[in-house]
Write a protein that binds this ligand. Structure first.
Ligand code: G4P
Length: 525
């Protein structure tokens, strides 16, 4: 197969949802279609969220298992599909945001009864920021659902994207009859617990045909009315606005019943983008360039004390990654080669000789990598789009064992490189502040510092609302701001100026009083 064909046939995407909307179930059904797994129940990683939140050791144990399902690759209709798994537990939302930097498109799963939920909104913000093409799958139509027009309306308003239905539900809950697939002009009849081999779709280009009643009875009238309305509102589907992230095609179905999943997958491979160009600080990298480039978007540490290795996940952005070949680790300025890069085929990990743009390669790491690191054949490239978001929870971290301060410093540094949390150092106090998205990370850090680095720490509360990155072209004003707010100023890990706003009000006042300053809510600007 030619290099170009290899690129064009790749689809690297993530499935995201608010917990319980059906992400795991949908992932599993897609894997079944791809033949990557043989039976339901094989994808367990997202069951993490079901664990009591205090039981984080269990969560970490399951996270260990989830390394194998971090990337699920399979072949479908001559396409190579890479699904990047995202943690279901919201305390690991930051991991999810970072994983979204490595995907070329996203499927958002929405519960048809609950509509848009808070986590869906946050995830969509990240997609919007990155202009990631999005397909919406409205799940659980076998249960009583909201009116489909209301749902689409809500999705448009809450997710701030125009939605275009490519399938349309016929009733819902106990009366759910199936969907009319607008994209392929087929009527697809619902059958609970559908088998993969079942084919319930019927060619139906003209829904005014009286034959429709034979299949769906009195619901035919409603479907015709709905379709009339839809035709008035939506023009024919055009792929470009979807690729430009201006329109999100939507499908209705029931993942649990395997219904609507094949339609989704068939349309997905048809319209979803192959590896997109990636921005670096220096230039745009295009997948078809012959030289290999890639970046680390995730680091997974093994918590087993007998195997303290880490795996760095690299997204191949251009060229062909090859085993045992020297590549430049740009940040360290040194050449490295990898003898056992791994690929992930569902639950199996295997050593690979080469990988193409869109693929994810797992590299064994002894502490050389941090999130955002670039690899290349020699060019000095720094990939963009791996921002840190302002954390939501903050604590001072203090050394609880003065004999182990070196170990503590090293431990904190490495855990921050992995992206477990963010570190800020107060300008005035020189005290270290850990910021996280979820409460669990504080326990994780404390435990790992002790067990992996032999260092003890304790936390002390701090009341903070947000960390805000500050820049300005007006040096004098920046200096004035820092001096005035000195007690509330800190450096992030890269030494950039960060304002520690204690309340929304103090942030607003600061913004009003210093219009010459730029206030950023993510670390990339
Ligand atoms: P998540 O990864 O987004 O968190 O959701 P997950 O797939 O785990 O699904 C959450 C619950 O919703 C599961 O039930 C799952 O069986 C159910 N579910 C998923 N899709 C559908 C659907 O199309 N229709 C209906 N009726 N239910 C659906 P659970 O009882 O919480 O878990 P389990 O014991 O079945 O695994």
């Amino acid at each position: 197969m030619s290099f170009l064909t290899e690129i064009q046939r790749r689809r690297t995407f993530g499935i995201v949802s608010h917990p319980d909307a059906g992400k795991t179930t949908l992932t599993e059904k897609l894997l079944l279609f791809g033949g990557a797994i043989q039976e339901a129940g094989a994808v367990k990683s997202n069951k993490i969220k079901k664990t009591a939140t205090s039981d984080w050791m269990e969560i970490e144990r399951q996270r260990g298992i989830s390394v194998a399902t971090s990337v699920m690759a399979f072949e479908y209709n001559s396409h190579k599909i890479n699904i990047l798994d995202t943690p279901g537990h919201q305390d690991f939302a930051e991991d999810t945001f970072r994983t979204l930097t490595a995907v070329d498109s996203v499927i958002i799963v929405i519960d048809a009864a609950k509509g848009v939920e808070p986590q869906t909104k946050k995830l969509m913000q990240v997609c919007r920021m990155r202009k990631t093409p999005v397909i919406v799958f409205i799940n659980k139509m076998d249960r009583p659902a909201q009116d489909p027009f209301d749902l689409l309306d809500e999705i448009e308003k809450q997710l701030e994207i125009r939605v275009m239905p490519l399938s349309w539900p016929i009733n819902n809950g106990a009366y759910f009859k199936g969907v009319y697939n607008i994209y392929s002009e087929k009527l697809v009849l619902f059958n609970a617990n559908e088998k993969l081999s079942d084919n319930n779709s019927i060619e139906f280009t003209d829904i005014n045909d009286p034959e429709l009643e034979e299949y769906i009875g009195a619901d035919a009238k409603q479907l015709r009315e709905d379709m009339d309305l839809l035709r008035g509102v939506y023009s024919k589907f055009d792929r470009q606005p979807y690729l430009d992230a201006k329109i999100a095609p939507a499908f209705f179905g029931s993942a649990l019943n395997n219904f609507g999943v094949k339609e989704l997958l068939d349309c997905f491979v048809d319209i979803a983008p192959s590896p997109l160009p990636v921005e670096t600080q220096e230039r745009q990298v295009v997948a078809t360039e012959d030289k290999f480039t890639g970046f680390v978007f995730k680091i997974h540490a093994n918590m087993d004390p007998n195997h303290r290795d880490r795996i760095a996940f690299v997204k191949v952005c251009s060229g062909i990654f090859q085993r045992n070949t020297n590549y430049l680790h740009v940040r360290h300025g040194k050449m490295m080669k990898f003898s056992s890069p791994t690929a992930f085929m569902a639950s199996k990990k295997s050593i690979i000789d080469e990988a193409y743009p869109g693929d994810i390669v797992g590299l064994h790491d002894t502490g050389n990598f941090k999130i955002g690191d670039s690899l290349s054949e020699g060019e000095l490239l720094h990939f963009k789009g791996l921002p840190s978001f302002s954390p939501e929870l903050f604590q001072y971290i203090e050394n609880a064992d003065p004999m182990k301060s070196k170990q503590l410093a090293k431990g904190i540094e490495q855990l921050m490189d992995e992206g477990v949390a963010q570190l800020f150092t107060g300008m005035a106090s020189n005290r270290k502040i850990i910021g996280t998205v979820g409460a669990l990370q504080f326990e994780v850090i404390q435990y790992r510092l002790l067990h992996e680095y032999g260092a003890s720490c304790r936390y002390e509360g701090i009341k903070l609302y947000k960390t805000v990155w500050i820049t300005s072209n007006n040096k004098a004003k920046l200096k004035e701001f820092i001096e005035r707010k000195y007690q509330q100023m800190a450096f992030d890990k890269e030494g950039r100026n960060v304002f520690l706003a204690d309340t929304p009000y103090s942030l607003q006042i600061a913004q009003e009083k210093f219009p010459e300053l730029n206030f950023y809510f993510t670390s990339e600007f």
